[in-house]
Every structure is written in structure tokens, then in C-alpha cells.
Design a binder for this molecule. Structure first.
Ligand SMILES: CC(C)(COP(=O)(O)OP(=O)(O)OC[C@H]1O[C@@H](n2cnc3c(N)ncnc32)[C@H](O)[C@@H]1OP(=O)(O)O)[C@@H](O)C(=O)NCCC(=O)NCCS
Length: 295
């Protein structure tokens, strides 16, 4: 069955390289379609910690449970590759508003990450030594879109939105919404900043910019934002602090984003090939060659 990720978009999502290196001035984005073969996906739980397993059992709707296990397994496998640590032994701490981050390990405490998911698709963002947030939304008609704009957008954003012709509003809405969410997710403080305390104008054609943050006039200089076209029917955005490390001369800082497709088919293959054996065996297969899961 052709995956949604096989459909072309205007974004250059690539197969990941042989060895995964995240340089300090770069941002890596990963897009994964979370289709795991049933009934084997449960065995991936061996990668998760007790808190994640307990959470996975709270999903009553099977696809949600499957998508949760898949995205958390992929997150661990990727973090394992970036840090060189055993994915199953990685520990997370939660920020005050629930943002997960890697607990202090002996090695490599510099990786930061953010996850977003929508309708069985996940977007992961990774950076080093700086805050990052990603957001992904399936673009669907919303009957209460104008109400949401009225309640959630800032005055400047509302003015820009209502100045658009009706036919351009949905796309502009999702571009602005995902950019605002990505910025909030990078901050990690939940809604404590207040959605109307910063402006990201909903313009359909230009790159999103953090225009202003009340009480922090320098914020627009410190943050980079971009909209991403993940796949047909989805909108996404990334917000990342400017790197404190020197970037290659002449490069647009946001151009240091590299975007990869995570072929979940590989996870399926490992699970299928190890059918009838233990979960530990399947895990060992993945860990023996962590790169194989992302090739
Ligand atoms: C908690 C929040 C991140 C939920 O976002 P969401 O769009 O429902 O869900 P997403 O799929 O994008 O993100 C979920 C991930 O965010 C992460 N997360 C949780 N709390 C977070 C926080 N405070 N900051 C950053 N990331 C957080 C988790 O990793 C979670 O993944 P998980 O389900 O595997 O644990 C938060 O941003 C929120 O509730 N926002 C309010 C929504 C709103 O009104 N938005 C208006 C935008 S204009």
C-alpha cells in the first residue's frame, strides 16, 4: 500500500544519511507515518519506560495507542542515534507544563527536541543547545475557524486574517496556528505566555516571522520560524532559537534545516521478521544496528 509519504510535496524530505550527525548550527526534522503492523506493534513497548507504557494503556481507541507507541519508539530510536545511548534506557524529565526533555545523562545533554502528531503522522524536531518547537496539523475545514481566530489570535493577527479573501483564509489560518503552536512548544511553558501576547501574521505566501512579543522587544531577533509543507493536506511549522554557534558564512540560518523521512516500514520489517520470537529479540535486532531503523 502506498504510504501518504510517497506523495510528492514541495518540501525536500530525504532518506536519512548513513551516519546521523546533528551539528550545532543545524536543525533536523523527521516526518513519520505511524503505520505499524498489527498485532506486532505491542512488542515495541519494550523500548518504552514505565510511564510511557502506563500512558499507552490509557488509550482506548486502538489507532491512538498504536500511534503513541510508534512515535515514542521512533523518538527513542532517533535520540539513541544522536546520543549513542541505549534507546530503551533514555530517561525523560517533564518541564512545568509537560514538555519532555532528556534527563541528565553522563553524555550528551545538549540535544533538544519537540514532537507533534496529527492523524497518524508525526513530526520530530531536534537541535542542540537551543529551544525548538514543532507543530503539525491536518488541514481540515473548521466550522468554528473564524471564532477561533477571534478568541485566539492577537489583534494584529486578526486584522491580517480578516483582510484576506475568503478563499485564502484556511491555509493562512493553519500556517499561523502551527507557527504559534511551534513557538509556544519551543518555550515549553504551555499557554502561560498568552496566545495574544505575540504576533505571527497569517500571510499565505511569505515566510512566517515572529513579529513581536509583548514585553520582549528583542524576541523577534532571537527566534527563527518557518512553515514546512509536510505532505498533502497537512500544515506544519518549526520555531527555533538562533544558534549561538557560528553558522557557515552566507547561509540563511533557516537553511540549516535538514528534513528526513523516517521509514516506519523498517520497524515493521524487524517486527515481522522476528515474529514468534521474543520482544527482547526484536529489540536487540533494532539495537544491534540502530541505523537500520532510519535507513
Ligand atoms: C500541550 C500542547 C503541546 C498540545 O499541543 P497539541 O497540538 O495538542 O499536540 P501536539 O501533537 O502538537 O504535541 C504533543 C506533544 O507535545 C509535547 N508537549 C507536551 N506538553 C508540552 C509543552 N508544554 N511544551 C512543548 N511540548 C509539549 C509532548 O511531547 C507531546 O507528545 P506526546 O503526546 O507523545 O507526549 C500545547 O501546545 C497546547 O495545549 N496548546 C494549546 C492549544 C491552543 O489553543 N493552540 C492555539 C494555537 S494558535
Amino acid at each position: 500500500m502506498a504510504s501518504q509519504l510517497d506523495r510528492p510535496t514541495n518540501c525536500s524530505w530525504r532518506r536519512p544519511p548513513e551516519s546521523l550527525i546533528l551539528e550545532k548550527f543545524k536543525v533536523h526534522l523527521w516526518l513519520a507515518q505511524l503505520d505499524l503492523v498489527e498485532p506486532d506493534f505491542n512488542r515495541l513497548e519494550i523500548l518504552l519506560d514505565a510511564r510511557e507504557r502506563e500512558r499507552s494503556h490509557r488509550f482506548h481507541y486502538q489507532p491512538h495507542r498504536k500511534w503513541f507507541i510508534a512515535r515514542r519508539a521512533i523518538l527513542r530510536l532517533l535520540l539513541g542515534q544522536y546520543t549513542g545511548l541505549n534507546p530503551a534506557q533514555l530517561r525523560y524529565d517533564l518541564g512545568p507544563a509537560g514538555k519532555p526533555h532528556l534527563a541528565a545523562h553522563k553524555m550528551d545533554q545538549t540535544i533538544t527536541f519537540s514532537i507533534s502528531h496529527s492523524q497518524g503522522v508525526a513530526l520530530f524536531g531536534f537541535a542542540r543547545c537551543r529551544r525548538i518547537g514543532v507543530d503539525l496539523e491536518s488541514m481540515r475545514p473548521l466550522t468554528d475557524m473564524e471564532q477561533l481566530v477571534t478568541h485566539v489570535f492577537s489583534s494584529r493577527e486578526k486584522d491580517a486574517y480578516f483582510a484576506l479573501p475568503t478563499g485564502r483564509r484556511q491555509e493562512a489560518f493553519f500556517r499561523c496556528w502551527t507557527a504559534k503552536e511551534a513557538f509556544l512548544k519551543a518555550l515549553g511553558d504551555g499557554l502561560s505566555l498568552g496566545l495574544d501576547h505575540f504576533d505571527i501574521l497569517p500571510e499565505p505566501d511569505t515566510r512566517m516571522r515572529l513579529q513581536s512579543v509583548r514585553g520582549d522587544p528583542e524576541a523577534p531577533e532571537r527566534w527563527l520560524l518557518d512553515n514546512i509543507t509536510p505532505l498533502d493536506g497537512f500544515a506544519a511549522a518549526v520555531a527555533v532559537e538562533k544558534s549561538r554557534f557560528p553558522e557557515p558564512i552566507g547561509r540563511d540560518p533557516i537553511g540549516t534545516i535538514e528534513s528526513f523521512i523516517y521509514p516506519v516500514g523498517t520497524l515493521n520489517r524487524v517486527l515481522t521478521e522476528s515474529r514468534g520470537t521474543s520482544a527482547q529479540y526484536a529489540l536487540n535486532r533494532l539495537l544491534q544496528n540502530p541505523g537500520q531503523a532510519s535507513k
